[in-house]
Design a protein around this ligand. Structure first.
Ligand code: OFO
Length: 175
């Protein structure tokens, strides 16, 4: 049995993860419109991952006799000025998600809710990996710079990162 407070906080996290999934999907669509196939595939996979993060909380709430609310998700932006801005925003969003997971753990600690503390550890690891991945992306974008062919090389890099993540998943590891 989970407390009402903890249930509400996890439902907020469902909305947060759902928004991240829609945000990354919208970014993928914009990248597609710019002919950036590597970026599109990378962001679509990220969007799927966020949906999986959301569904994990649904399942957890069901396990602990809580009730998961299907969120109404606000519409994400549709356009960005440049691809560099897209990935900067992904990183910033991931940092916000990390802060939100940390708050959930603080609440679980206060409530002496050991099951939820344990459940959230998966998200702690996931966020560490996601932030590290996005820092790699931003480092590579910075190294490529803003020259005339930079979009071509950024897209190639994103394709390589995406392929590596797909291969790691297929091998049963984390991206
Ligand atoms: Fe689920 O927020 Fe990123 O990984």
């Amino acid at each position: 049995m989970i407390s009402k407070k903890m249930e509400e906080a996890l439902n907020q996290q469902i909305e947060f993860e759902g928004y991240a999934s829609f945000l990354y999907l919208s970014m993928a669509t914009w990248c597609d419109s710019q002919g950036l196939k590597g970026c599109t595939d990378f962001l679509k996979r990220q969007s799927e991952e966020e949906r999986m993060h959301m569904l994990k909380i649904f399942e957890y709430l069901s396990d602990v006799d809580g009730f998961a609310l299907t969120p109404g998700i606000k519409e994400p932006p549709r356009k960005w000025e440049k691809v560099q801005e897209v990935f900067k925003q992904v990183y910033e969003h991931e940092q916000k998600v990390t802060a939100s997971i940390n708050k959930l753990i603080t609440l679980a600690n206060k409530e002496n809710d050991y099951a939820t503390q344990h459940f959230l550890q998966w998200y702690v690891n996931e966020q560490r990996e996601e932030e590290a991945l996005m820092r790699t992306v931003l480092d590579r974008i910075r190294l490529i710079g803003e020259g005339p062919q930079s979009l071509y090389f950024i897209d190639k890099e994103m394709d390589a990162l995406n392929q590596a993540a797909v291969a790691a998943e297929a091998a049963g590891g984390e991206a």
